[in-house]
Design a protein. Structure first.
Length: 309
C-alpha cells in the first residue's frame, strides 16, 4: 500500500489502523539498537542469546536484520491504563488542506494519526486505552478497555474527528478537562493533544484543569500541537493578507512583515510560559510540530511508559 496516496484521500483517512501500523513499524525500523527495555518490532522483551540456551525463542527476523542472535520473552499482562484526550476545536483543523500528505497534515490529522499509532502499540502490549474528544462540547468519551471491538470503535471516532469540521467551534479545554478528570478514577497515563488556543478563558483556567488531571497519581503529558513554520515563525510572504480567527470569525488585514517581529516575540514568550507552568505542576510538556513526523510522540510514550510502570 502507498502511504502517500492513502493520506491524500480527501475527508480524512481511509484506513487509519493500517496507517498507524505503518507509522509505528517505520519508527521501529528507524531505530538501531533500542535503549528502551521491552520495546521491539514484536513488542516483546529481547535479550542477547547465550550459547547453550534453547533456540525455541530466537527471533530469526531480528537476526536477519542485525546478524545477531536475540531471544524473545513476552511480558505478562500489564495493568497500564492510558487515556487519550483530543482537542477538536476549529483551530485544530488548521491549516485548511485540499488534500493530506504524510509530510503535510493539519493539526487534527496529525493528532489523530499520532493517537492511532499510540493505540496500536498499546494494543500490542495488551494495555487498556480510553479516548475523549472535545471542542465547544464534550464530543465523545470512552473509558479504558483493551478489546479489539473497542479499539476499532476508537479508530472510527478518530477518523470522524478528522473529516468532520464545523466552522467556528471554540475551545472549552478547561471545562472538559475537569469533566474528564472526574471520569478517570484508576491511575492512568494521560496524553493530551491540543494547540492550547483558547479565547474564552485565561491560561490559568487551563492549568487548573491540567492540575485536576494529576489527581489519583495520574501521569499527564501535554502534546502541544502546532505548525511551527506558520504559527511560531510566522513564515508568510509579504503580500497583503487577511488573517481569520477560525474560532471567532474575526479578521485582520495586514502585511505580514509589519508584525512579524512582534508576533514571534509574543508567541515565543507564550510558549516559554507554557513550558514553565507545566514544569511547575510536574506535567510533561512536549512540542509537537506537525511538520516533524511522529518520532517524538512515540519516543515520549516509550519513556513515560517505563517511568509509569
Amino acid at each position: 500500500m502507498d502511504l502517500q496516496k492513502e493520506l491524500n484521500k480527501a475527508g480524512g483517512f481511509k484506513n487509519l489502523e493500517l496507517l498507524a501500523k505503518q507509522v509505528v513499524e517505520g519508527f521501529i525500523a528507524g531505530m538501531h539498537k533500542s535503549p528502551f527495555h521491552g520495546f521491539s518490532a514484536e513488542f516483546a522483551e529481547h535479550k542477547i542469546y547465550n550459547q547453550g540456551e534453547s533456540t525455541k525463542h530466537i527471533d530469526w527476523k531480528l537476526y536477519a536484520k542485525t546478524d545477531r542472535l536475540y531471544t524473545k520473552r513476552y511480558d505478562e499482562e500489564t495493568n497500564l491504563r492510558c487515556h487519550l484526550i483530543l482537542d477538536n476545536s476549529s483551530s485544530m483543523h488548521y491549516p485548511e488542506l485540499s488534500h493530506n500528505s504524510i509530510s503535510h497534515l493539519n493539526k487534527i490529522g496529525f493528532s489523530s494519526l499520532a493517537s492511532a499509532s499510540l493505540m496500536h502499540i498499546l494494543k500490542k502490549q495488551r494495555d487498556a486505552v480510553g479516548l475523549s474528544i472535545y471542542s465547544d462540547k464534550y464530543d465523545f468519551y470512552s473509558p479504558e478497555k483493551g478489546s479489539e471491538r473497542h479499539h476499532h470503535m476508537l479508530l472510527s471516532k478518530l477518523s470522524v474527528a478528522v473529516s468532520n469540521k464545523t466552522a467556528s467551534k471554540t475551545t472549552e479545554t478547561y471545562k472538559y478537562l475537569h469533566q474528564i478528570a472526574e471520569k478517570i478514577h484508576r491511575r492512568s497515563l494521560i496524553f493530551v493533544f491540543t494547540d492550547m488556543f483558547q479565547t474564552s478563558e485565561d491560561d490559568e483556567k487551563i492549568f487548573e484543569a491540567l492540575r485536576h488531571l494529576k489527581h489519583n497519581k495520574h501521569e499527564v503529558v501535554v502534546f502541544h500541537v502546532f505548525d511551527k513554520l506558520k504559527e511560531l515563525a510566522f513564515d508568510f510572504d509579504n503580500r497583503p493578507k487577511r488573517f481569520v480567527d477560525v474560532e471567532t470569525g474575526e479578521t485582520i488585514d495586514l502585511y505580514p512583515d509589519t508584525i512579524k517581529e512582534n508576533y514571534e516575540k509574543a508567541v515565543s514568550e507564550y510558549f516559554d510560559n507554557l513550558k514553565l507552568r507545566c514544569g511547575q505542576y510536574r506535567i510533561k510538556y512536549v512540542e509537537a510540530d506537525i511538520n516533524k513526523g511522529f518520532d517524538k510522540i512515540l519516543t515520549t510514550y516509550m519513556i513515560e511508559r517505563q517511568k509509569f510502570i
